[in-house]
Each structure stands twice: as structure tokens, then as C-alpha cells.
Design a protein around this ligand. Sequence first.
Ligand SMILES: *Cc1c(COP(=O)(O)O)cnc(C)c1O
Length: 401
Amino acid sequence: MTSKPSPPAQEKKRFQPFQVPPRLLFSPGPTPVPPSVLQAMTKTVLGHLDPVFLHCMDEIKAMLQIVFETANRVTFPVSGTGSAGMEAAVFNAVEAGDDIVVCPMGVFGERLLAIIERTPAHPVIVRGEWGEPIEVSKIEAALQSCRPRALALVHAETSTGVAQRLEGLAELAHKYDALLIVDTVASLSGQPVGVDENQIDICYSGSQKCIGAPPGLAPITFSERALERLRTRRTPVQSWYFDVTGIEKYWGQERTYHHTAPISMNYALHEALRLICEEGLEGRWARHELAHRALVAGLEAMNIQMLVTPEHRAVVVNAVCVPEGVDGARVRARLLEEHNLEVAGGLGQLRGKIWRVGLMGESSRREHLLRLLDALHQVLQAEGYACDSGLAAAEQVYAAS
Ligand SMILES: *Cc1c(COP(=O)(O)O)cnc(C)c1O
């Protein structure tokens, strides 16, 4: 006879408040959250239709337009992480019978494909080598081979450290009457995206990467071309929650309830965006670029290679080859335990072969970068990998700037 397990005895259980160690995150998301952003989350939770909160929403929209570099009217944060942005983009762009060209070159491109495969639309796949961008001629061939309604790809592929060039993609997509969908979860505000300049029709991001808020919101923006496509759909958007027409009734003029906005997360996003606007996009891109160059110089001085050739490297996420004879997982564990620094490991076919260093938002500051290089040197020495320190080379990059 099997007896049903009884629920844990509640009155006897004592839980301590959760203790959080002072980690400094160099993973490609989440990233270190500035104190004022954390403080914003401790403010009184307002009602989701409180006029003061509505004002906060309006400012978030205005600041997102600045960060996306767009005049798009329909620009707001989807409630959910970056993956929610992915689903919102795909679901609103296509319906049954549509072809959609998708270009995976790593884990997140594959996720885009996995999402498309769950829709009634038909994916036309242009798969690239991991560690390289997708060849534009292959994209064009795929667009030509079908009746595409959208072209979807990732800007900075977080699993490989590759940046796909955005220039010219819209002309290509639009020539075949396809919307251009670009995943900028990793890159937005860390390196140029230029939604209007590059004529991206649907562009989404995530709050916890370069934007520097905690995970939980996915900024997204829709061009007029994308909205026109929405208006002429034959069928409703497959997801009620991610249907832009519904969400826009809350974020737009009507102000009708759709779902309860995550109030505190929106406070955090407001403050994170405010800090970005204060720094200025160009200054912020320059800071990220400099940290990236200093990291590469430091690693090269330590005789450590990058996975990606210089012209295809993303600035914000750096794929670093684990040197011969070094146990990559052990090094990461020691960085975390002995130095409170988090670096990510490789995903999928790159598991064990690379470290992924995110230089996103706060982590792309000089003092943090130098601390990472110093700690990495110490750990590698302790692990028996003899190398010079990368500090001088990194400092030189800063000195020359
Ligand atoms: C992190 C990331 C995602 C997924 O975001 P989540 O917040 O983890 O859901 C999607 N695309 C790219 C390029 C990313 O870096």
C-alpha cells in the first residue's frame, strides 16, 4: 500500500532571510545592476492605472525610442524576459501559411527557429557555422526560394560572440516583401543597433543585458510596415498575451487593462534607461568598445585566443578559447568562489571549449575589467598555466584612448 506524502510541517520550519554574496557578473546576462536601479525597485507599488504610473510608462516609451533610435509609436517593454520578446516578435509577424526565413548561427538563433517551429508558419532555414556570421548571399538565396513574410536573425549571438552586420539586410528583406526581425537582446545600448537607420521592422531586447536592469522585461518596437502587416492578418495572433494590438491598448492612448504590468520591474527599467540617457548612447557604445579592446589586448598578452576573427566579433559578448590543458569549468568555479566573479561557459557544441565574457552595461567599466584580468591571471597561475599578466596591455588600451 502506498501512502500519500504529507505536506512539510510548517510550524517547525525556520527559514533564514536569503543571503546574497557580492558577485560581480561578467556573464552575458544578467549583468551588474546599478544601486539606483535596485533602489527604484523598493518604491511603493502603485496601481497599474494610477496616473503617476501611467506617466512612468510614457517616459519609459520615450526613453526606449531613444535607445532603439526610432520614431516608432509602438514601442514598449513586453512583460517577460528576452525570450518573451522573441515570441512576441515572431507571433505578431507571421501566421499560418507564411514562410519565414530564419538564420541560426548559435543557440539563440536556434531558439528563434524553435519558436517558429511551434507556430503554424513555415521556417526556411539558413544555418551558419558557429563562430561566423551568416553570408548575405545565402540569405538572399533563401528569400528568393520562397514567399517570405519575414526574415529573422540575431544581431549579437551570445553563444558564439559573433555580430551579424545589420546594414543592407532591410533592403534585402523588403525587396522580397518580408519584415526584418532582429534580436538585439545582447547588444542594445552596448553597440549600435539603429532601428530606423537600418529599417528594422521588429526589434526586441532584454532588460538584463547591456541595459543593466534585472531580468524580467523585453523592450520591443514595431515599424509602420510591421503594424500594417498586423492590420491585414487573416487570423488572430496565436498568443493572447503577446498580441501587440492588445498590449498597445494599455501602453498606447486607450489605457485599458490588458495584464497587470510588473510595476517594480518598470521602475527599474525607467531608472536604467534614465542612466543610459544621462550617459548618452554614443558615450556608452564607446565605453563598451574600449572595454572590449582592453579585454582582447589583455587576453592576447596572456597568450589566450579569441574564437571569432576580429571583424566579426561582437563587442558585448566575448568568446574566449580555453587554453590547451586548462580545465575551463574549474577556472570559472575558482573565479566565482575565490574572487566573486562570474564568467559564463560555452553552450551547445562550444561547451568546455570557450568562456563567454559579457562586457555589458556596468561590467564594461575599466576598474571591473582590470579586476577580472587580474583574477583570471591568478587563477590560471594556480591552475598551472604559466602566462604574463594582461593588466599592462589592457591599461595601455585605456591610456591610448
Ligand atoms: C539572453 C538572450 C536571449 C534570451 O533572453 P532571456 O532573457 O534569457 O529569455 C535571446 N537572445 C539573445 C541574443 C540573448 O543574448
